[in-house]
Design a protein around this ligand. Structure first.
Ligand code: ADP
Ligand code: MG
Length: 249
């Protein structure tokens, strides 16, 4: 089966206020799906829900064909073995070197692994993002783009099927952001990793998106092939693409 995530009639809210309403969508294996929408529309909330951090008010989520019970720690732990996350801002620990940051998920999930195997895993991931020669540096010694690449190496360390990225290009200049996009596309092409990328920045993701989900006022405004967005002649989407997020619709 090609759909590795299936979401049906999903409602999510905080303190009784419904933020996401009746979402239906699927994520296909090997696709880069981008979730678009202006600030505060619920993009991060979708990711947190898929990660089991916010239990849905109603509706179903299935991963790899199996409906997820978000209240079961056992189910979530099994799921987390197959998922990597690049958090908004990167979330590296400043007191740890790049090596130590990337090794963290191994130390937490597989403390029994021999140091030599851990070393090989960490160095191979750092090499894949072009940072193996910076393994002993600290995050403060790096550019913003290098920090994001380190966070990507950490998200990939356990060989996940899916990587969720929350605003990966935030704070990067356009050239560095484009470089990060090419890196994600290459990782998809080489390893078949499925990416779900949340962003309010259109420019950076145009070259890598296969599918797009546009959120507006808590509902799905569009879900389909990314390229078809441009032939829709939809006023909201036209405004969003022409003017970016800082406008009233
Ligand atoms: N922990 C929370 N408690 C209450 N409301 C929240 C919380 N997190 C987010 N929200 C609200 O949910 C809505 C969606 O937020 P979020 O998913 O962070 O948006 P985005 O990532 O698209 O900017 C916003 O109105 C926000 O104020
Ligand atoms: Mg957000």
């Amino acid at each position: 089966m090609n759909d590795i995530i299936q979401v049906e009639k999903l409602d999510v809210g905080y303190d009784g206020i419904v933020v996401l309403k009746q979402l239906n969508f699927t994520i296909s294996k090997g696709d880069i799906t981008v979730i678009l929408g202006k600030s505060g529309c619920g993009k991060t909330t979708i990711l947190k829900t898929l990660l089991g951090l916010i239990p849905p008010l109603s509706g179903d989520v299935a991963f790899f064909g199996e409906k997820i019970d978000f209240h079961s720690e056992k189910v979530l732990n099994k799921l987390y073995q197959r998922i990597g996350v690049l958090y908004q801002g990167g979330a590296l620990l400043n007191s740890l070197t790049l090596y130590e940051n990337v090794a963290l998920p191994i130390k937490m999930q597989h403390p029994e692994l021999p140091p030599q195997i851990e070393r090989e895993m960490v160095y191979s991931r750092l090499a894949q993002v072009g940072l193996d020669e910076s393994a002993n540096k600290y995050p403060a010694e790096l550019s913003g783009g290098m920090r994001k690449r380190t966070a990507l190496a950490r998200a990939m360390i356990m060989d996940p099927d899916i990587i969720f990225c929350d605003e990966p290009s935030a704070g990067l200049d356009p050239i560095t952001a484009a470089g990060l996009d090419v890196l994600m596309r290459n990782l998809r092409d080489l390893f078949g990793i499925t990416f779900v990328v949340v962003t309010h920045e259109l420019r950076s993701i145009e070259k890598i998106s296969d599918r797009a989900l546009v959120l507006h006022k808590g509902r799905i405004h569009y879900f389909g092939d990314y390229k078809d967005l441009f032939t829709l002649k939809d006023p909201f989407i036209d405004t969003f693409f022409m003017k970016g997020e800082d406008h009233d619709y």
